[in-house]
Design a protein around this ligand. Structure first.
Ligand code: BG6
Length: 479
């Protein structure tokens, strides 16, 4: 992220005064402006259903959001911030008139970004409204950003794609998966493809298993109303963990273009072997405590339906039936209220064919490359070395790299993603075929109604998750 994109742009945020806008979007724009990465004449139009706000109060809200993110309150020029109540249902003709007025006053050439920071049920009607008002095209450049979740199964994602494609071309669409904006996730490609020795080991001949973990230490908090309709499989696996899996598993693309990279990711999804109930363990947390604070059981959280069977933990095993990965298990695990926050990809390489050091009590010499995505971003590769002197003993040590030791700042995901939208780079966004293939792959697991296994907050999930034939159970643990 080192280039300012040429065009001054009007960013139109549906849900512009909502939580996502305050916590992520406005601070991200503030960071881009402060770094000179956004054209100084760009404008923001926040749209909301009610007239609780006006330009003045939106400017105050933005100053607060910027200050809360430790940015200067005027990182975004207050004169470039506008608010309009759309009414309910939204009056798109009025929105269009306001857009044109702002563009005229600021001298913008119809470079527009529509950002849907809205609840998912509002996506289709808003996209249709934009299309019917003729806002899907402009003389300049029109882009549409859609937040997650994109559908809740294959049929709904497909239906939403049809609405999108009725009005917009795929080249205008930016489906958000904020994991793709995390710098260490982007670094996966560099690690693999700029270091030829790693790529030469990156296949079934040398890799025994891949384990991808996204553990969170917090419970569902105040989001149970949403979460109870989603669960860990929809909330984390179908999108974030699957994106990580495709980046690990894809073939080297023919170029770094968005199209080339996304084509390879789609091929991975198409090669996922059919899943069935035996491939998944679902769990949900019981009452307990986290960091000394009481946590109610998931089922007792406000917003959870009586008789809910929604899972807060998933461990699943999947296979990828292609030349590179045939026979290598990919383990995906995620959950709330787990022992600690940790997102990590562990690549376990096959051990030496002969255990020369068995007589020294070392039976397992398999090396593990751990790619830590958060927190304490970095890599480590565990290798065995001889401890100096006698007796002859081995010790497993990490060769490691830590972002903190090497670099002084880590861009925030939404800042990267918004910058890419402004620059028209779709690489870090999810293509229509990706989202549909991903929902299709998980279809057999989505509507489970069995009661999930219990696990205690602060644990690593239900012990049943260890029933998989995991070559090294310790991999599921903290390193
Ligand atoms: C969101 C999920 O997409 O990702 C949340 O809806 C989850 O439930 C969050 O907590 C995790 O994101 P991060 O960046 O904190 O790992």
């Amino acid at each position: 992220m080192n280039a300012r994109c040429a065009d001054p742009t009007l960013l139109i945020i549906f849900g512009g005064t909502g939580d996502l806008s305050r916590r992520k979007l406005l601070p991200a724009l503030g960071r881009l402006a402060a770094a000179g990465l956004m054209h100084g004449n760009s404008q923001v139009l926040a749209l909301g259903r009610s007239d609780d706000h006006d330009d003045t109060s939106f400017r105050a809200l933005t100053a607060e959001a910027l200050a809360a993110a430790k940015l200067a309150e005027d990182a975004l020029d207050p004169n470039a911030l506008h608010y309009q109540a759309t009414g309910s249902p939204a009056d798109f003709a009025a929105v269009r008139a306001r857009i044109e007025r702002i563009e005229k006053e600021a001298g913008l050439a119809q470079s527009r970004v529509f950002y849907l920071a809205l609840p998912p049920q509002a996506f289709a009607p808003t996209i249709t409204g934009l299309g019917e008002a003729g806002l899907n095209r402009s003389e300049g450049n029109t882009r549409l950003v859609v937040e997650k979740p994109f559908g809740r199964d294959f049929a709904s994602a497909h239906a939403l794609n049809q609405v999108v494609h009725r009005w917009f071309d795929e080249s205008q669409i930016y489906r958000i998966d904020h994991y793709l904006g995390k710098d260490p996730v982007q670094n996966l490609l560099v690690l693999r493809l700029a270091n030829a020795f790693i790529e030469s080991l990156w296949n079934r001949n040398h890799v025994e298993a891949v384990q991808i973990t996204a553990a969170e230490s917090l419970g569902v908090g105040t989001r149970a109303g949403y979460y109870d309709h989603a669960g860990a499989l929809r909330d984390m696996v179908q999108n974030h963990l699957t994106q990580l899996m495709t980046l690990v598993a894809m073939e080297p693309p023919t170029s770094l273009s968005a199209e080339a990279i996304r084509r390879e990711k789609i091929k991975v999804l198409e090669a996922v072997e059919p899943l069935s109930a035996k491939d998944i363990v679902r769990g949900r947390y019981t009452a307990g405590s986290i960091d000394g604070k009481a946590l109610p059981a998931y089922v007792d959280s406000e917003g959870v339906a009586a008789g809910s069977t929604t899972e807060t933990f998933v461990a699943l095993r999947l296979g990828i039936s292609n030349w590179r990965w045939q026979g290598v298990p990919f383990y995906l695990r995620t959950g709330k209220a787990l022992a600690r926050r940790l997102t990590e990809i562990a690549i376990r390489f096959r051990g030496a064919p002969v255990h020369l050091f068995e007589s020294l009590g070392v039976s397992d010499t398999a090396d593990v490359l751990r790619i830590r995505l958060q927190p304490d971003e970095g890599f480590s590769l565990h290798i065995d070395v001889k401890i100096p002197g006698t007796p002859f003993r081995l010790q497993r040590i990490p060769l490691s790299f830590s972002y903190d030791d090497r670099f002084d700042h880590m861009p925030e995901a939404y800042t990267t993603l918004l910058h890419d939208v402004l620059c028209g780079d779709q690489t870090l966004f999810v293509h229509a075929d990706e989202v549909e293939s991903s929902w299709r792959a998980y279809a057999p697991l989505l509507d489970a109604t069995d009661t999930p296994f219990d696990y205690a907050p602060g644990s690593w999930g239900p012990c049943e998750a260890e029933c998989f034939e995991i070559p090294d159970k310790e991999l599921w643990r903290d390193s």
